[in-house]
Design a protein. Sequence first.
Length: 447
Amino acid sequence: MNSTRESWASKLGFMLAAMGSAVGLGNIWRFSYVAGENGGGAFLILYLASILIVGIPLLLAEVSIGRKAKSDVVGSYRTLAPEKPWYLAGFLGVFGALLILGFYSVVAGWSMYYFWNYLSGYFFTVPEQGYGATFETFTSSTAQPLMWHGIFMVLTIAIVLTGVKKGIELANKIFMPALAVLLIILAIFSLSLDGAMEGLRFLFQPDWSVLSNPSVYIAALGQAFFSLSLGVGVMMTYGSYLGDHHKLPGATVGIGLMDTFFAVISGIVIFPAVFAFGIEPDSGPVLVFITLPDIFSQIPFGGVVGILFFLSLTLAAVSSSVSLLEVPVAYLMRTFKWSRRQASIITGIIIFILGIGASLGMGAWSGFTPIGQLNIMDSMDYIASNIFLPIGGLVIALFVGWYFSRREALTAADLQHQAVGRWWYVIVKYLAPVIILLIFLNALGVL
Ligand code: PHE
Ligand code: NA
């Protein structure tokens, strides 16, 4: 019945796309500011624990659902559990993907703007008011950030509409290694700055007192999910384009470790610089857009590094945004028989509109704080990352752990003959749900 459904050209194609989805703004922009706001070292440990104990096992579970069902996030649950309410979690995924892409593309637009300003040479030297004020002026204005958000969405739509295979695979093959090399060079430079030790201490020396704050746990879990692209159906959808003969466990561990490498290395770039340039580590979402240009302005050929860096960052963001757009697009194509073209354009426009709120929330609408003190963008991020994604992950764990039989679960994940299979199963069935629930109850103040 699905004879015309698309599929990856190879297992490598799947791995690259999934890594491309995982590695993005979350590793550099989001990781550094969330770590900075949550005290550094102790957060890092909770984050790494979330990745290893909950994240990677659930990544395998999510991909295995998609590959088994060969459908989008709603359709996968519908296919495997007909007439049961599991598919409702699929809608949570579709909405979560829209919500995330709504603000993600605004930030990606900032990255493009930076790329443009390096390309034109304008950012090669420190602008008169400094990078900090320049950034504030730009993001709080109305037209410019919206224009870049629009350009970025057009790019994302264009790629999704062509089909994921060619463009994304190629871009990933070139720019992910480029980003890795640049980050390593920058890390070495950053470590040579005065104040580097203080930055490393902040990142690696846990201050256990922050652990008494419940919000640190939910932040670490949310960051782990966000960074792994876990819980919205991206990995389920990507897994659905994968043939049954490709083995999953090694692939998912590879994706998780690669993603973690990019986060830790960017922490090593950012935090020494944060302390060297006297920026507060808890400055929030603006952190990298101010520290990185400061670093570049001090390195020989820093302007060229700036060009390459923001180009790589933008392309890393594209491969993530493409994966986010693919979630609703795959759903709409199947459900309403829309063409890929129609689904991509209509969804892209909806996301553009959502992003207007996120962008204006930095300026004209900054007085509007939907959740506590959080502006529109941070509120969208909070709801999506700290609530939608963990719930999506919880449902994945319950579905594989409790709805599937043990044999079905192990077979779907290609772990039926592996010794680690029993551990994975225990984690998915018991440990992951318990941890997610405990963190939720704790954040709600119940525990
Ligand atoms: N994982 C991506 C990043 O780190 C963001 C993302 C989240 C992509 C959720 C898809 C789904 O930038
Ligand atoms: Na990531």
